[in-house]
Write a protein that binds this ligand. Structure first.
Ligand SMILES: *Cc1c(COP(=O)(O)O)cnc(C)c1O
Length: 396
C-alpha cells in the first residue's frame, strides 16, 4: 500500500458538493474581488484566532511582506528571523530592503532561540519574526519580553500553525500581527494561493487593508505605495467551507501524531524529544549518546497546543537521514526534508553581514537530520502502521 506524504483529494473530494455550492454562489454573485465573501471569511478567521481584525491576502509570503511594509521597515533596518524555516520568512524581509538577521533554533521544538536572538539585537533591530514551525508555537513568553525591552515589532509567522495555541492564546494573536498561509499543504489548505494577517491594532489593520490594494484611499488616490495583495472572493468562499470542518482536521492530525509517538517510541533506538532539553543542545546530545538513539520523535510542550502541520523525525548519524528517506521512498511511503538548507546558507543571502550568519550550529545540524512523514488528517490506521513498520524495518 502506498502512503503519500499528503493527499489533498482525501480531504477535498468528500466535501465536493459543499464546495460546488460555494462556487455557484460566487458565480451567481458576479463579485470576484473583495466583497462579502472576503468580509465573511475574515470575520470567521478573526474569531478563530481571537484577534480584532483579519485581513485576507494573496499568500502567506505577501502577508509577511505587507506586515513589514505597514510599519515602514526597510533599508537600514534589521529583522530577527529563525534560520531554520521556509524561505519566505527571510525572503520577505530582504524584499523590503531590510537585513534579515538569522538566529539559531531550539533542537527540541525547532523554533527560534530567544536567548540567541537577544544576543543579535543592535540599535538597528526593528522587528522579530518568530515562526511557529511544523504547528508548534515558538517561545512567545521570551519573544514578547525581548520585544518589549527593545521596542520591536513582533510578526508571528503562523503559516503552519492556524489554530495552534501557546498557553491559552491562539498563534497569531500574541504579537503585533499574525501571518497565515492557505497553500494547499498547510493545515487549512486552499485551492491555490491565499494568506491572512491578523491583528488587534485598529490602525495597523487599516494600513494593511490599504496596502493590499495598492495603498489606495480613496479610489485612485495613493497616499502610500502598496501592492496587489488581495485574495480572491472565490478562494474565500471555498475556504469558508473548509473552515466549517476545521476542528476535525486538527483532531485528525493530533490523533495521528499521538499514534506515531505511542507506537514508535516502543521501537529500540527511538526516543521522544525531551522538553527538558529545550534550548540546551549540549544536554540533549549527551542524552542522545547515552540512549544510543537513532531517531528522535517530535514532542509537543505541555503548554502548547500543537497542530502538527508536519511530524518531523530527527535521524541521527552520518548519512542516515538520506538512507531512511531512500528506504521509505522504496517502501512507497512519502516523506520530505523540511528544510535541507538553512537560510543563512542560501546562495541569495551570501551578501548578508557575517554576524547574521554566524552561530547557527543547531540549525545546521537539523538540516542534515530532519525528515517529515505523512500526518495528514485522513490517514488510516493501516497506513500509519505501514509507515511505522517501514521505519522499524530500517532500524532493525
Ligand atoms: C508556507 C509558508 C510561508 C509562505 O506562505 P505562502 O502562502 O506559500 O506564500 C511562510 N512561512 C512559513 C513558515 C511557511 O511554511
Amino acid at each position: 500500500m502506498k502512503v503519500p506524504l499528503l493527499d489533498v483529494n482525501a480531504q477535498n473530494l468528500p466535501i465536493e458538493e459543499e464546495l460546488s455550492e460555494a462556487w455557484q454562489r460566487v458565480l451567481q454573485s458576479g463579485r470576484f474581488i473583495l466583497g462579502p465573501e472576503v468580509d465573511a471569511f475574515e470575520e470567521e478567521c478573526a474569531r478563530l484566532v481571537g484577534s480584532a481584525h483579519a485581513v485576507a491576502v494573496s499568500s502567506g509570503t505577501d502577508a509577511l511582506l505587507a506586515a513589514l511594509m505597514a510599519r515602514g521597515i526597510g533599508p537600514g533596518d534589521e529583522v530577527l528571523v529563525p534560520t531554520f524555516s521556509f524561505f519566505a520568512t527571510g525572503g520577505s524581509v530582504w524584499r523590503t530592503g531590510a537585513t534579515p538577521v538569522f538566529v539559531d533554533v531550539c533542537p527540541v521544538c525547532f523554533n527560534i532561540d530567544p536567548d540567541k536572538a537577544a544576543a543579535k539585537v543592535t540599535g538597528r533591530t526593528r522587528a522579530i519574526i518568530p515562526v511557529h514551525l511544523f504547528g508548534q508555537a515558538a517561545d512567545m513568553d521570551k519573544v514578547m519580553g525581548l520585544a518589549l525591552e527593545h521596542d520591536l515589532m513582533v510578526i508571528e509567522d503562523a503559516a503552519q500553525s492556524f489554530g495552534a495555541r501557546h498557553r491559552a492564546c491562539p498563534c497569531g494573536s500574541i504579537g503585533d500581527v499574525g501571518c497565515f498561509s492557505f497553500f494547499p499543504s498547510k493545515n487549512l489548505g486552499g485551492f491555490g494561493d491565499g494568506g491572512l494577517i491578523t491583528t488587534s491594532d485598529d490602525e495597523l489593520a487599516d494600513r494593511l487593508r490599504q496596502l493590499r490594494n495598492h495603498g489606495m484611499n480613496p479610489k485612485y488616490y495613493h497616499p502610500m505605495v502598496g501592492g496587489n495583495f488581495r485574495m480572491d472572493a472565490l478562494q474565500c468562499a471555498l475556504l469558508r467551507v473548509k473552515l466549517r470542518h476545521y476542528p476535525e482536521y486538527g483532531a485528525g492530525r493530533r490523533r495521528n501524531a499521538n499514534y506515531y509517538t505511542d507506537r514508535m517510541s516502543q521501537i529500540p533506538g527511538v526516543v521522544v524529544a525531551d522538553p527538558k532539553h529545550c534550548k540546551c543542545p549540549a544536554a540533549q546530545q549527551e542524552a542522545i549518546t547515552a540512549a544510543d538513539a537513532g531517531i528522535i520523535l517530535p514532542v509537543a510542550y505541555p503548554h502548547n497546543e500543537h497542530i502538527w502541520n508536519q511530524y518531523t523525525l530527527r535521524v541521527l548519524g552520518e548519512g542516515r537521514r538520506d538512507a531512511l528517506r531512500k528506504h521509505l521512498t522504496e517502501a512507497g511511503v512519502g516523506c520530505d526534508i523540511y528544510y535541507p538548507v538553512t537560510m543563512d546558507r542560501q546562495e541569495c543571502f551570501a551578501a548578508t553581514p557575517e554576524a547574521s550568519r554566524s552561530d547557527c550550529e543547531v540549525a545546521h545540524r537539523l538540516a542534515g537530520e530532519v525528515l517529515s512523514i505523512p500526518v495528514y488528517p485522513e490517514l488510516s490506521d493501516q497506513q500509519k502502521d505501514e509507515v511505522i513498520s517501514a521505519i522499524a524495518g530500517f532500524l532493525g
